[in-house]
Design a protein around this ligand. Structure first.
Ligand code: F6R
Length: 246
């Protein structure tokens, strides 16, 4: 596992964008796995700049997002489809038909989850997966206790995640309680993975993910099983590491 410790969010965006751009420039049809949340925003800002400078080409890219709230329509200001359109897709030369975000309004969410797995398989799998991390160690919406072999599925959000995400909603009662998420097994099949983290509130989760035992109680610790993972993290998020970065 590679750990890149950066001084601030701007550098996090730059370093992460270099890694994503290298993958995009080495494939004729790059398949990107994308995350929402506040952490990847500097990455998306940088990718937009690189696209404008013609240093990367989104026109042949295919994307799959990790997750979506169940019950939020795509035009809801807190849906992950809305987030991706506003923060990336609307600003780059990508064919929106090639951008996939789980359908939170699917009539049969379980059937949708199987179809999502097939869509990923049909394009030959994900070339690079971008991840954030929850303060409880979750990746995507795989909360502590999720099987390390899990596939795309519907999940109940924990009280901690509902609390963490309530800052984006008017009231905590408005935060959806269920989501569709890629599974840990799905994520581990990506050819390459980058996990981004900033802020001291992630320091515990980062230390457990990198230096703790592999356990379903810290879903990000499953990344230790993957052959090509880079953590790009700010100094405060790295502050509880004992071994990495020393
Ligand atoms: C979002 C996702 C989540 C976030 C995590 C961190 O698609 O999969 O696992 O990455 O909750 O969120 P932020 O970046 O807002 O701290």
């Amino acid at each position: 596992m590679k750990v890149v410790i950066v001084k601030d969010k701007k550098e996090l965006g730059q370093r992460a964008a270099e890694i994503v751009a290298a993958v995009m420039n080495s494939r004729s049809t790059p398949v990107l796995g994308l995350a929402t949340g506040s952490t990847p925003l500097p990455l998306y800002e940088r990718l937009i700049q690189l696209d404008k400078q013609n240093k990367i080409d989104f026109s042949t890219a295919v994307t799959f997002n990790l997750d979506e709230y169940v019950g939020l329509p795509p035009d809801h200001h807190q849906s992950y489809r809305y987030f991706m359109d506003k923060n990336l897709f609307d600003h780059v030369r990508i064919n929106k038909k090639n951008t996939h975000v789980p359908d939170g309004m699917a009539k049969d969410p379980d059937a949708f989850c199987c179809a999502y797995e097939e869509m990923i398989e049909d394009v030959g799998g994900i070339d690079i997966q971008v991840l954030g991390i929850g303060s409880n160690g979750h990746i995507a919406f795989n909360e502590p206790g999720t099987s390390l072999g899990s596939r795309t599925h519907v999940t109940e959000l924990t009280a901690q995640t509902i609390k963490d995400n309530s800052r984006f909603f008017a009231r905590i009662e408005d935060v959806p309680t269920r989501a569709i998420t890629m599974g840990i097994g799905t994520i581990l099949e990506a050819e390459e993975i980058i996990l981004l983290a900033s802020g001291e509130n992630k320091a515990d989760a980062i230390a457990k993910a990198l230096e703790g035992p592999i356990t379903c109680m810290v879903p990000a610790s499953a990344l230790q099983l993957h052959p090509k993972v880079t953590f790009v993290i700010t100094r405060d998020a790295a502050s509880k590491l004992q071994h990495f970065g020393k």
